[in-house]
Write a protein that binds this ligand. Structure first.
Ligand code: C2E
Ligand code: MG
Ligand code: MG
Length: 648
């Protein structure tokens, strides 16, 4: 910035004053000392008088000179003070301008640069000398065009100011965004005499805003756009879509076995599986196919500009095979399958929300149809989705109004044929729909959190039942109760079991808790701790549905278990398929090597029972022996000395 010109040097003026004072003094003293009549002789005094008065005149003259000199000195000091003040203010202003974080340009009325500050040099890379005399437009970017810059300056000339974001080019050629304010400065006559432009590089702030924007619209695990982005994308497509001309498909892809992976191998493995599948699906996308992650194991593909159904089916095929490729995670080879629901624009919905809701209903239909398949939306699916919602609200009422009952399925000792235990299986006696199986409502109860009160009710009722049988002198052996993962992971689960045993007065060894593999494989250390506490109380522990999860043998050894319940899916073909038979044989041997008792569930025929007998699998449970029945009925089975279906 320019500096206002200084007054004459302070030393020079003081020197001049001192010289004047000296001359006056010499003159005055000279007259006084030489005793000469005063040349002006103002009043015609006599010589005597003059002689007497001479020294006084000289002195007077000297005094006047001194006063004038002092006044001049004072005036000079005042002027110097003003000058110093003005200069220090200017210096301060200069320092403020130079240290300002915003770049500044001062131009004349013709927009020629008169001065710039240090921030300008830093921001633009140009030195003050390089830009002096140029116009800001000449050094600005072509990014927004010369005309744009001209129009901005013309706007200022007309309106006095302008503020906004513009793109500029640094000396090194880099383009950057800046927030700029230009103000016109007028002289006393109201004519624009100068322009001041201030601006700041906002590339960092803009990058930050873009990062926030990205985070808000993307999923961090897979880097895929999220639900918000999906809504925006659909709005964008559907706003300009014309029914009958444009066709669009929305697919919701849900992984079938994901929960098991997460529960058995932990979230880390689950995350890696999701990231890998996201990567494979992304490879199938293109300009008209976009992939989103809704959360959890749910992905969405939006396919617009579809020409024919074959195109859609071919994409579906590619997606399914991409998901199906084996995935190596932490030494486990995982195979995933998807359940896919598809809704189409315009027939299944003309807005994003409807298309998503209908694809979701179709996805549930695909799950209900046995998973690993795709379903196109049909109107009746909405009724099924509504039914699920309805089920949830009804389930709360069912618990409050005692609509739940326990049925008991006996477990048989294969050698003696006696009932050695029963498994409690919950049923819902719906006032209108009759008996509802747990497969239908337990997952809903798990989803909505109702599983905790429901599970507690099952545990208490089952323990009360055994207590009352014992009190009546009936020995049905152990009572096996299914415990869901959510229940087992409650920090006070051990105390809950302890409380129920205390309340019912049931000996702990009469209670057996059935826990699935995935429940204990998730958070192994705390699972071992919980199991050890239960074991110390005397409660029996069984792994349910063994073979369906991802058990790690090294962990299995560390769990203080009593029994393994071989999942019924392994039993299905043992009498016909040698592979199935050898699989069951291996499981039995494995259990035995771990010192565990084996229970085979789902025994449906004599051949299966015989096969298990040859393996010396001690306990069985299945329709071949007994169906789950009410407490009153099961007592009758317990009284049988020998099971009738056993061969003689
Ligand atoms: P689960 O614990 O494996 O129970 C055995 C299931 O197999 C029962 O089905 C039983 O009726 C059925 N089953 C028994 N023998 C045979 C057979 O020979 N063939 C066939 N095909 N099935 C047989 P249910 O009662 O429908 O229960 C299904 C699942 O629901 C249970 O599987 C268990 O995981 C869950 N569940 C049942 N009651 C409860 C409960 O009180 N709490 C919790 N958390 N889950 C429960
Ligand atoms: Mg069970
Ligand atoms: Mg089972």
């Amino acid at each position: 910035m320019q500096h206002i010109p200084a007054f004459a040097g302070r030393k020079l003026v003081l020197f001049a004053l001192a010289a004047i004072l000296l001359i006056w003094a010499i003159l005055g003293l000279d007259r006084w000392s030489v005793n000469r009549p005063f040349s002006l002789n103002l009043s015609g005094f006599s010589g005597d008088f003059v002689e007497a008065a001479n020294p006084s005149w000289g002195f007077l003259l000297f005094a006047i000179a001194l006063v004038i000199t002092l006044m001049i000195v004072k005036a000079c000091r005042l002027l110097f003070g003003i000058r110093d003040l003005a200069n220090s203010q200017l210096a301060l202003q200069q320092r403020v301008i130079d240290h300002a974080s915003e770049a500044m340009i001062l131009t004349d009325a013709a927009q020629r640069i008169l001065s710039v500050n240090a921030a300008f040099e830093v921001t633009t890379g140009y030195s003050a000398a390089e830009v002096m005399g140029l116009t800001p437009t000449m050094i600005s970017a072509e990014h927004q065009g010369l005309n744009f810059h001209r129009s901005v300056w013309d706007f200022v000339a007309e309106n006095g100011h302008w503020e906004g974001e513009i793109w500029d080019r640094r000396k090194d050629g880099a383009i950057y965004p800046k927030q700029m304010r230009i103000t016109a400065i007028s002289d006393k006559a109201g004519q624009t005499s100068h322009f001041v432009a201030t601006f700041a590089d906002i590339s960092e702030a803009r990058a930050q805003a873009e990062r926030f924007e990205y985070l808000a619209h993307h999923d961090q695990l897979t880097n895929l756009p999220n639900r918000l982005a999906l809504d925006a994308h659909l709005d964008n497509l559907l706003d300009s879509a014309v029914p009958g001309i444009n066709h669009l498909a929305l697919m919701i892809i849900d992984l079938d076995n994901f929960k098991t992976v997460n529960d058995s191998l932990g979230h880390h493995a689950g995350d890696r599986l999701l990231a890998e599948i996201a990567r494979r699906l992304t490879a199938e996308m293109g300009r008209t196919k976009r992939l989103f992650r809704l959360g959890g194991d749910e992905f969405v593909v939006v396919f617009d500009q579809i020409d024919n159904r074959a195109e859609l089916l071919s994409l579906l095929e590619r997606l399914v095979s991409a998901i199906g490729l084996p995935c190596d995670i932490d030494g486990h080879q995982l195979h995933s399958t998807p359940s896919i629901g598809i809704s189409l624009y315009p027939q299944d919905g003309r807005d994003g929300l409807t298309l998503i809701r209908n694809a979701d209903a179709a996805m549930y239909a695909a799950k209900a149809a046995g998973r690993n398949n795709h379903q196109f939306f049909v109107e009746s699916m909405n009724a099924a989705a509504n039914k699920r919602l309805h089920l949830e609200s009804e389930l709360w009422r069912a618990l409050a109004e005692n609509q739940l009952v326990l049925h008991y399925q006996p477990q048989i000792d294969l050698l003696s044929g006696k009932v050695v235990g029963v498994e409690a299986l919950v049923r819902w006696c719906h006032p209108l729909r009759g008996m509802i199986t747990p497969a239908e409502f337990i997952p809903v109860a798990e989803e909505c959190g109702l599983i905790l009160p429901l599970g507690h009710w099952v545990l208490l009722t089952a323990c009360r039942q055994v207590r009352s049988w014992l009190d009546a002198g009936i020995d049905m052996g152990e009572m096996a109760v299914n415990i869901s993962a959510h229940q087992f992971r409650q920090p006070d689960f051990v105390q809950t079991v302890q409380g129920v045993l205390a309340e019912t007065g049931l000996p702990a060894e009469r209670l057996e808790l059935e826990i699935t593999e995935s429940t204990v494989m998730h958070g192994v250390d705390s699972a071992i701790q919980t199991l050890a506490q239960l074991k110390a109380m005397g409660v029996r522990l069984a792994i349910d549905d063994f073979g369906t999860g991802y058990s790690s043998l090294s962990y299995l050894r560390r769990f203080p278990l009593d029994r393994l319940k071989i999942d019924r899916s392994f039993l299905a073909d043992v009498d016909t398929d040698p592979h199935a038979a050898s699989l069951v044989t291996s499981i039995v041997m494995l259990g035995r090597s771990l010192g565990l008792q084996l229970v085979a569930e789902g025994v449906e025929n004599f051949a299966q029972a015989e096969f298990l007998r040859t393996l010396e699998c001690e306990r069985v449970q299945g329709f071949h022996f007994y169906q789950p029945v009410s407490a009153a009925e099961v007592v009758g089975f317990g009284r049988c000395e020998e099971y009738a279906a056993l061969p003689a």
